[in-house]
Write a protein that binds this ligand. Structure first.
Ligand code: ADQ
Length: 506
């Protein structure tokens, strides 16, 4: 077995937007190009994590789709990014001043969080309770005290944004950690436009309403002027939840948006997040990435690749299990086929994530014990992350890329893989339960909850003719290139252009 060098090196078109059809009412969030003013991005985490060592402030770039995607917007447009820096607790005053100075230099302002607040707001409520519900699971807990902390931290974010915002600014709030911020901000600063984008799915009504605070969260989101989702299904489920909350008849929510309890229209749009297509395409010709990819490919047996945060929604055990069954079924692949699974450590303080880690490790050991030999290990599992070059190498080396989440808002890994394959090679096996499936129709789509179907999809990926492989990959690349992260952010922000009557004086 070739040991992939990069893996031990560091630790560390949708062509047009889908939307609910306009019904004649003028919805304030309808796109109007040319809006000026600043953009305030608000997210749980800042794009960089702060470390203070011996009085020196270091900024480490945050990974993940949200941070990477929004970084470009932040660099391009005047404004500010407000979020948590990752530093816990109170720093000595001189360190705090140094941190604030460094952050201000990057156009960022941090929201302070204490360790017990991180545990209650981030770990227990947002990730322990809300995240599973948004992905269709029953809520675990949550404790009333954790909800109170969630609410208090949302107030803190809203206070800080209200302090920073200038009349006419556009405020763009992100994700499930901050669902109450739009309403809280509207109360404090009715003179700014507020957008909210949910990066997760929005679940079916029954799953949503099982969360004790469902109505309060919905009301929080409805404080926005425009609410964005990745795909139309999430937007319509959201509209149905509003309908159930308000008890209003369907026609009220079947237009381009919904009404808040004061009858104020809130635009609801489905705008699928894209990636920086040019950056991924450029890396495909990077000699260092190509050399690393050659090393990964090894002796020529088929290489399967998975790249995910280690999260219960990503379907990693199911993916491994199907790979084990493929080897059971196909003796010709034994000693040849390999799966490299890269799992980024994630939410290690949440019990479900620790349990998942143990389960994945056991499965890997079992498959390797059953099918491994002295010189061939079928599964190479890496718990860590790689840099951009290492990621490109993995995408370039993959004969079959496995993106098989059980439920996923979008999934940018699928798009990154496609954008990197400028050679038109490689096959994408994609879960039909990822938001990306709405766009990436030319992938081999599968329901990852069906073990038999998953194994069959792996076999089919190996059996595709070279001509079909190329046609599929070319179509996928065209699709991903047609709607990149820049168009996504432009479209979302255009919905926050001030209505003509309320143009701010400059
Ligand atoms: P995530 O659940 O974090 O995002 P995803 O969209 O796949 O999922 O983005 C993950 C990002 O992390 C990708 O940019 C990927 O390259 C990177 N990454 C993953 N594993 C890595 C590794 N081992 N080393 C280095 N980098 C790695 C949430 C939602 C998604 C939605 C995004 C954006 O859950 O559904 O697509 O937000 O809206």
């Amino acid at each position: 077995m070739t040991t992939p060098r990069l893996l031990s090196e560091r630790g560390g078109g949708f062509h047009r937007r889908q939307e609910l059809r306009p019904s004649g009412r003028r919805w304030p969030g309808a796109p109007r190009p040319g809006a000026a003013g600043r953009v305030l991005i608000v997210s749980n985490r800042l794009p960089a994590t702060v470390r203070v060592e011996d009085g020196e402030v270091r900024l480490v770039p945050s990974s993940g789709g949200l941070a990477t995607g929004l970084r470009g917007v932040h660099e391009r447009l005047p404004g500010l990014w407000i979020g948590w820096s990752g530093a816990v607790g109170t720093l000595p005053p001189q360190d705090q001043r140094a941190v604030d100075r460094v952050l201000a230099g990057t156009g960022a302002r941090s929201v302070p969080l204490e360790a017990d607040e991180v545990a209650a707001f981030y770990q227990r409520y947002a990730n322990g309770a809300l995240w599973p519900v948004l992905h269709g699971s029953a809520p675990e807990g949550p404790e009333p005290a954790d909800w109170e902390t969630y609410r208090a931290i949302n107030e803190r974010y809203a206070d800080l944004v209200a302090e920073e915002a200038r009349p006419g600014d556009r405020v763009w709030v992100h994700d499930y950690h901050l669902m109450l911020v739009p309403r809280l901000l509207r109360g404090r600063r009715p003179d700014v436009r507020v957008g909210f984008f949910l990066h997760t799915p929005f679940p079916e009504l029954a799953a949503w309403r099982a969360l004790p605070q469902a109505d309060a969260l919905l009301d929080g989101m409805l404080g926005a002027d425009a609410l964005g989702f990745h795909v139309a299904a999430y937007a319509s489920r959201f509209a149905r939840a509003v309908e159930a909350l308000r008890g209003v008849p369907a026609p009220l929510v079947s237009g381009a948006g919904v009404l808040d309890d004061a009858g104020r229209p809130v635009a609801v749009h489905a705008t699928p997040m894209g990636i920086d297509v040019d950056a991924f395409a450029a890396r495909s010709t990077d000699p260092q990435a190509q050399e690393l990819a050659d090393g990964l490919r090894g002796d020529g047996g088929p290489l399967f690749v998975g790249v995910d945060r280690l999260d219960p929604t990503k379907g990693i055990p199911e993916r491994l299990d199907a790979f084990g069954r493929l080897l059971d079924r196909r003796p010709d692949l034994r000693g040849r086929a390999r799966l490299v699974q890269l799992a980024v450590p994630s939410r290690e303080d949440v019990p479900a994530y620790r349990a998942l880690k143990a389960r994945v490790e056991t499965l890997v050991e079992r498959i390797n014990a059953r099918h491994g030999t002295a010189d061939h290990q079928p599964v190479h599992y890496v718990y860590g992350s790689v840099d951009a070059t290492g990621l490109a190498a993995l995408y370039l080396a993959a004969d079959v890329m496995l993106v098989t989440p059980l439920c996923d808002g979008m999934n940018l890994v699928a798009k990154e893989f496609v954008a990197t394959r400028t050679d038109d090679e490689g096959v994408l096996v994609l879960s039909e339960r990822a938001g990306a499936a709405a766009e990436l129709r030319a992938a081999l789509q599968v329901d990852p909850r069906d073990p038999e179907a998953l194994t069959a999809a792996y076999e089919r990926a190996l059996d595709l003719s070279p001509a079909e492989r190329r046609v599929r990959m070319r179509r996928l690349r065209q699709r991903v290139a047609a709607y990149d992260v820049r168009r996504w952010s432009d479209d979302c922000l255009a919905r926050l252009a001030p209505p003509p009557a309320a143009q701010p004086a400059r």
